[in-house]
Structures are given as C-alpha cells and as structure tokens.
Ligand binder design. Structure first.
Ligand code: C5P
Length: 215
C-alpha cells in the first residue's frame, strides 16, 4: 500500500467527484469519496434520533458502525442509497457530525487503513491533503465561486432549487472552514484550481498533467 496517493480537497460542489472519477480511470487509481462516510454517520444518527450535536452519542454510534461493518469497509459500504445520503436533512446534519473531533479521528484512521491496502488511490474530501495524507503524492484544491458551484449542482441533480442549493453550499462551506478540528483550508503545497471559468475538460487537463509530472 501507500504508493501513489492523490488528494483532492475543496468546498462543496467544486467538481471533486467528477474529476476524481476521471483521474481514477486515467491513472488506474482506486477512488474514495470520504464525505460519504460522514454522510453515513449523519444518516444513521437521524434514523436513530440521536442528536447530531451530541459528541458522546455520535462517537458511540460511529464506533458501533465501524464494528458492525468490520472496520474500513464502512467507507465503501453499499448498504446506503445515494438518494438517502444526499437528502436535505443529511446535508444539514453532516456538518455537525463532521465537527466532532472524535468522529474525525476515527474516520481518519479508517481512511489511512483503506489507503494502505490500495496500490494507488485518489481520495476526495476536505482534509485529505492537510490532515489525512500530508505527504500525498499530488494535492489539488478545487474551488469556484459559490454561485457557479450551486448552478452546476442544480443542473446535475435537476430536482433542487438554485436558491436552496446555494444556501446549502454556503452554509456547509462556512461550517467546514470554521470548525476547530481539520478545517477546510488548502494545503500549502496543494495545486489550487479555480474552476469558475473552466470546463471540466480544462480542469482535467491541468490535473492530468500535474499527476504525470509527479506520479
Ligand atoms: O464531500 P461531501 O459534500 O459529500 O461531504 C459532506 C460533508 O462531510 C462536508 O460538508 C464536510 O462537512 C464533511 N467532510 C469532512 N471531511 C472530509 C469529507 C467530508 O469534514 N474529508
């Protein structure tokens, strides 16, 4: 394990998933969407009526989920429908869950464990290049104006209203950037890409050439 690790961080709806999936194909990397794990924990907390701001109870739930799924496979569990994990109530709850230091510690350990078992991987999240893999092979920080990110998300998902998505994006960015443990910030050595005026193809060209240079 721990050959190539490509870290892709950035705010909500910055294009991380789209570009990571493309990179994973081009460079034969295993792909991990780390936000999904925080969403699973938030979803389960809501299902069980556990208050998401109760650190002790949510940490306890987190331990239970890790034990039940035999450790790192919680990260890739196929028991959760994407629609459930992307529901509005989960979008709201996930920031609270992701703020809990003990939960972050556990998710961090799982991700390191998972990555150690992969020959080469690309991981998207908020703290991959800063906290989880400070020595990642290549680090990207993708961003764009909130209005542009919200518009892209609306086009992609169709259902939600623009105002609603924009509010969610801004609220989550603020929560992620202001929390005490592993806040969302670009790693010093991350390649920053503002995708506001770029197409997916242009972004991918930049990312691909950086991976070729460093990988
Ligand atoms: O990437 P996604 O939007 O699915 O992430 C959902 C939430 O999970 C983020 O808003 C953030 O609060 C949290 N998260 C995190 N650290 C990560 C990945 C996601 O705190 N590495």
């Amino acid at each position: 394990g721990l050959g190539t690790v490509v870290a892709v961080d950035g705010p909500a709806a910055a294009g991380k998933t789209t570009t990571c999936l493309a990179l994973s194909k081009s460079f034969d990397l295993r792909y991990l969407e780390s936000g999904r794990t925080y969403r699973i924990i938030a979803f389960e907390a809501l299902q069980r009526r556990i208050p998401v701001d109760n650190a002790t109870k949510v940490t306890c739930l987190c331990d239970e989920l890790i034990t039940a799924s035999r450790s790192a496979s919680l990260l890739t569990s196929d028991r959760y429908a994407p629609d459930n994990l992307r529901a509005t109530r989960v979008n709201v709850a996930v920031s609270a869950v992701a703020k809990i230091a003990e939960v972050r510690q556990r998710v961090t350990s799982l991700i390191r464990l998972w990555a150690g078992a992969q020959p080469r991987c690309v991981i998207e999240g908020r703290d991959i290049g800063t906290t989880i893999f400070p020595a990642a092979t290549v680090k990207f920080y993708l961003t764009a104006k909130p209005e542009v990110r919200a518009m892209r998300r609306v086009r992609q998902e169709r259902s939600a209203s623009y105002e609603h998505v924009l509010d969610d994006v801004i609220r989550r960015d603020e929560a992620d950037m202001s929390r005490a443990t592993s806040p969302l910030v670009p790693a010093e050595d991350a390649i920053r890409i503002d995708t506001t005026d770029l197409t997916v193809e242009q972004v991918l060209r930049l990312m691909t050439s950086a991976c070729r240079d460093r990988g």
